[in-house]
Design a protein around this ligand. Structure first.
Ligand code: IMP
Ligand code: MG
Length: 175
């Protein structure tokens, strides 16, 4: 798998120390609050597991599954939810977790749906990676692991055609 990479962006230990920092920030911000984490599958699965184990707060965890790429490397702009029903997040502080902020279509669609259908006390988002580029939607993440160039990356949960999610590092595929 690793031989398919053009370069490694972040090794496992670099990801781990960044997660330590993010977890401290999140733990401080949500102290004493009813926190519901909403992880966006499948991409955030590994990030979520490693991040949440560093956050020593009482919290609830739910998952949402969306798809917007349909196997390619460019966002289609169409975001599909597998489950229309949201978990019960009324009167809770909600933190969305996603693997990467790219076009912004996914987070924007989820935030719109939550705002229309639920009554959270607050709604913030945390992404492991943020591509430095112009977004289709005016959306920003509240917590960001790493800012990266506008390149297609895989590993640590991120896929290309459902492959490479189990790579322990983050890298750029050979083209
Ligand atoms: P957005 O809706 O364009 O912001 O993209 C969000 C989703 O697209 C992410 O949750 C990823 O699943 C996927 N994605 C965006 N960029 C990449 C990438 O570089 N590698 C792998 N998946 C990506
Ligand atoms: Mg994906």
């Amino acid at each position: 798998m690793q031989s398919d990479l053009k370069k490694v962006l972040y090794r496992e230990d670099q990801i781990a120390s960044r997660l330590d920092g993010l977890a401290v920030q999140i733990t401080n911000d949500y102290q004493g609050k009813d926190l519901s984490v909403l992880a966006i599958l499948n991409g955030s699965l590994i990030f979520m597991a490693d991040l949440l184990r560093r956050i020593p707060l009482p919290l609830r965890l739910d998952c949402l599954r969306v798809k917007s790429y349909h196997g390619g490397t460019v966002s289609t702009g169409r975001v599909e939810f597998d489950h229309a029903a949201l978990p019960d997040i009324d009167r809770r502080h909600v933190l969305l977790l996603d693997d990467i902020l790219d076009s912004g279509n996914t987070l924007a669609a989820i935030i719109e749906t939550i705002r229309a259908e639920a009554r959270p006390l607050s709604l913030k988002s945390c992404v492991l990676l943020r591509k430095m580029k112009e977004r289709h939607r005016p959306i920003e993440a509240d917590y960001v692991g790493f800012d990266i160039e506008d390149e297609f990356v895989v590993g640590y949960g991120l896929d290309y055609q459902e492959q490479y999610r189990n790579l322990p590092l983050i890298g750029v595929l050979k083209t």
